[in-house]
Every structure is written in C-alpha cells, then in structure tokens.
Design a binder for this molecule. Structure first.
Ligand SMILES: [Zn+2]
Length: 109
C-alpha cells in the first residue's frame, strides 16, 4: 500500500488515511480552484475524455456489435465522425476540468 507523510509531524501514514495516527491531524480533500490547478485539471480531463471516446468508438462498440449485433455494424462511425466526437469529448472534458479545479489534500488540527 502506498503511503504519505503527515504535513504536521512528517509521520508516515497510509495514503488513504483520514487522520494521522501519530499527531491526530485530520486530512481533508478540498477543491483547489487556483488557475494552475484549473489548467492542469482541464488538460487531464480533456485528454482522458478524448481517450475514452476513441477507445469506446473504435474498440469497444465495434467489438460488441461484431459479437452480438452484427446488423448494427453498418452504423459504425467513420474516421471523420470519430475525430469530431473525440474533439468534442476532449473539449467537454477540458471545460469540466476548468470549472472543477483539482482535489488537494489539506491537514487540519
Ligand atoms: Zn501527524
């Protein structure tokens, strides 16, 4: 299991701990809405959304159709459609990340 250090006492605790076992400090996740966190989240979410879109359209859906619903194969997306949907998903993901920011862990005593 991965571990993290308590910000207060530097004691090593499991990374999913909510309270430090040494000093009792409480770890809480808060939304970091700073501009750097927003940009970083926009890039990450946009990339993930685009990637998921490609995998679903080019990998999962055709495989499922081929196996179970051969009649649906004629509706398979063209490369242009896949590109368009992927760009759209990436933009949507980026916008989501831009508004949401990133989760950041803080310690409270
Ligand atoms: Zn501690």
């Amino acid at each position: 299991m991965s571990r993290k250090k308590c910000f207060h006492c530097q004691f090593s605790v499991p990374s999913n701990a909510s309270v430090c076992g040494h000093c009792g400090a409480e770890f809480r996740k808060v939304a970091d809405k700073s501009i750097t966190a927003r940009i970083s989240s926009a890039i990450g979410n946009g990339f993930m959304a685009g990637l998921i879109c490609i995998v679903v359209l080019e990998g999962i859906l055709p495989a499922v159709a081929k196996t179970y619903f051969p009649a649906l194969l004629k509706y398979e997306t063209t490369d242009e459609e896949t590109t368009l949907y992927t760009l759209f998903a990436a933009c949507a993901g980026a916008l989501y990340g831009l508004f949401k920011g990133e989760d950041k862990e803080i310690t409270r005593r």
